[in-house]
Structures are given as C-alpha cells and as structure tokens.
Design a protein around this ligand. Structure first.
Ligand code: SF4
Length: 406
C-alpha cells in the first residue's frame, strides 16, 4: 500500500507549483522580457545593533506621506520598465511587516495599475517574527503575498538581546508554524553565524531548528561588523568579542554539511533551497535581469546603468512631491558590466554564459589562460558555453571572479 506522507505531499506540491511557474515563465518569456520590482519600506520598530541598512525608528508623523511617495515613484517610473513584465515583487527594508493593510494594498494596487505583472508572480514580504500573527498572515495572503522572508537571525535569548531584536525566542520558534498553518509553504528564514559565544554545536542546533520545521529555503550570513553601528563601537571598546575567522569558516563549513545532508542545494554562496524552492527575485538579480528599486535607498538596474535613491526619508519624500527626485546614477562601462556579471554569476549555480559575457565585450587577451589556472585548481568548470564555480570554488567565489576581471 502506498501512503502519501506529509513530506511527499509537500515535495509533490512544490514540483507541481514549480512546473506551473516554469511553464508560466516560459510562456511569458516568449512574449516579453522579465523584470522585478523592489520596494524599500524604511521603517523599523527598533534599531538592531549590527544593522547599517537604511531605516528610521521615528516615522509615525510621515508614514503615510512615505507610502504616497512610494506610489508616486512607481507611477512616475513605470516607463523604466516599458516592455517588461514583472515576474517578482519584493517588499524589503527596514521592516515591511510594519505596513498596515491599507498601506500594503495601496502599494500593490499601484504596482498592478502601472506595470504588467505575470500571473503567479512571486510576491515576497520580509517579516519580523514579532509581526507574524494569524490576522496579519491572513491579510498578506488575501492580498497576494505568496512568500515570506522571516528575519529570525537567532533562536538564542542572549543573541536576541545584544542584537536588540524586537522579537523573543518564543516568537522565533512559533512564527514558522504559524505561517505554515496559514498556508505559506514558500518560506525563507534568515540566520546568522559567527556570533559572540556561539559554538559550532549550537550553530548546528540553530540550523536544525529551521530544517526540522520544514522550511525549504534558508539564507545564512556571517555577522559582519559595519562601521557606525553600536556593534562596531562595542567590539572596538572590548565590550563584545566576535569569533575569529577560523571559527567563522568552521561554522560556514558546518552550514554546508548540515544543509547538504538534509537535501538543500547551495544555489548561491549564502542561499540554500530544497528542490523547487529557489528565490526567483534574488535569482534574477544574480542572473543580471532588470529590476526597479522604489523607495529611499533602493537600487535599480537596467543592464547598463545602476541608479540609487537618496538614503534619507524626508529628502526622498520632498523630492518626489516636488518632482525633483533625489537619486544618483552610474552608467556602467563595458568593463564594469563584464566584471559584475562574473561577480554575481560565479557566486551561484547559474554560472555565467560565455556568449552573454562576449555580448558585453571581448574577453581580455589572457582570460583563457587565467581560466585554465582556476580549472586546474579545481575551482571552475567550463562546459557547453557556461562557466561555473565548483563546490570548492564557491567558497572563494569573489576571489575567483576578481581573478577573471577585465
Ligand atoms: S529590523 Fe532589519 S532593517 Fe530594521 S534595524 Fe533590524 S536588521 Fe535592520
């Protein structure tokens, strides 16, 4: 007798969903080009000690002006995506899970009214565990959010305290099952390693907590000490000590080992997915697809230039209101385009297509000999017109890319 286990059903559903997405994507690719939209929500409940993203914790007086400015920017810049269909919508921040239902709906309606969105588009919302409630989940689901990126970072009380995270261990533990019960199968969880006093055994327990909860996508980052953060000050003054590089590398290797043993594929240096659960939005970044970045500090890319909005909420709002948008733009030289394609492609399983590189510019004279050396070292494979990093190569992907730069 054959029983459909829970795992089997989840795998089967993921396969069917994936097949549908692939067919939709192939059809949509046939009729037009794809792009993504990133909406930056620059509000946070409190300041995490390690964070140098753009956000504000004092926003109540202008939050609606910000949402209106975001909608206006979408309307004004819709032609930046002329001829493109949106395959992905991504709410990042900051803390998008702080948006009220009305605010979320207003932004989503503005996107749909101005840009063609593919059926079954991936719609991701970054959510912090303390915002994940039954009611919120229903609201997100009802309005088309179909993927949640949960910023758990750690399940240890002492970490959440020194990080100044707004959530508790209990909220971190409960939010995954709460989201799954509400029908969110497409979840990703962010975790951090290389934390003060975190042993490699404890790190493995953290990974297994996510794995055993059936989460099919995990992003894991080593703690980095960014300037102008409280953490930077504490480490400099000796108040907090972070592990040395050997421990960080050991924890990274543990991450690879544990996740591989549980059927996750490392499809980007810091991103791991079960079959059918890769992030479409981030994958498109790494493949060099176009994206439109909306909101303060958001970055956009159109193949040949990068543009980034001012990282100041009031300046951003005033700029949008007055029609003098505050942003900078950089036209990428062919060398820069070539190097960026290598840098992003070689960090992923997608690799880099020789033809695409050649369409940007001719290979440098010694490119093939440099490539040979990397192949001899066992870090690169080069087959059927595509260049990839091997598993070993992925550990030093940035270095390898820099060896091949123009
Ligand atoms: S919630 Fe996220 S964006 Fe906000 S301060 Fe913390 S880490 Fe930074």
């Amino acid at each position: 007798m054959f029983f459909e286990t829970h795992d089997y059903k989840v795998e089967k559903k993921a396969f069917e969903d994936n097949l549908l997405i692939v067919l939709t994507f192939l059809f949509a690719s046939y009729i037009c080009d794809m792009a993504g939209i990133y909406v930056h929500i620059p509000f946070c409940r409190q300041r995490c000690t390690y964070c140098d993203f753009h956000f504000s914790t004092t926003f109540s007086s202008y939050r609606f002006d910000m949402v209106k400015a975001i909608c206006t920017e979408i309307e004004v810049r819709k032609n930046d995506l002329a001829g493109k269909q949106l395959q992905t919508i991504y709410f990042g921040g900051g803390t998008p899970s702080l948006l009220s239902e009305d605010e979320l709906v207003l932004i989503l309606d503005t996107i749909h009214a101005n840009v063609e969105v593919t059926p079954n588009a991936e719609v991701t919302l970054e959510a912090n565990p303390d915002d994940i409630t039954q009611e919120q989940l229903e609201v997100w689901k009802q309005h088309g959010v179909n993927r949640l990126s949960i910023g758990i970072q750690s399940f240890r009380k002492q970490d959440l305290e020194w990080m100044n995270r707004a959530h508790s261990v209990g909220e971190a533990m409960n939010c995954i099952q709460l989201a799954q019960s509400a029908g969110f199968d497409n979840l990703t969880v962010d975790l951090m390693y290389g934390l003060p006093d975190l042993s490699t055994e404890e790190w493995e327990e953290q990974i297994l907590t996510v794995v055993n909860n059936g989460v099919r996508h995990i992003s894991a980052y080593c703690l980095t000490i960014e300037e102008k953060t409280a953490l930077h000050h504490w480490v400099k003054s000796g108040r907090l000590t972070t592990p040395d590089e050997d421990v960080q590398s050991e924890q990274f290797m543990q991450l690879l080992k544990t996740l591989e043993a549980h059927g996750y594929e490392q499809y980007e240096v810091s991103n791991f997915a079960k079959p059918g659960s890769r992030a479409v939005h981030n994958s498109n970044y790494w493949k060099g697809e176009w994206y439109l970045g909306i909101g303060p500090s958001a970055h956009s890319f159109n193949g040949t230039s990068r543009r980034w909005n001012v990282s100041n909420n009031i300046t951003y709002i005033k700029g949008i209101q007055s029609g003098n948008h505050a942003f900078e733009i950089e036209e990428l030289s062919t060398e820069n385009q070539f190097n960026e394609r290598l840098l992003t492609g070689l960090r992923t399983v997608y690799g880099v297509e020789r033809e695409q590189l050649r369409s940007i510019r001719e290979f440098p004279d010694d490119f093939e000999s440099r490539l040979e050396q990397l192949k001899d070292a066992g870090w690169i494979t080069d087959e059927n017109g595509w260049i990839y990093t091997t598993k070993e190569g992925k550990l030093r992907a940035d270095y390898i890319a820099s060896e091949l730069f123009c």
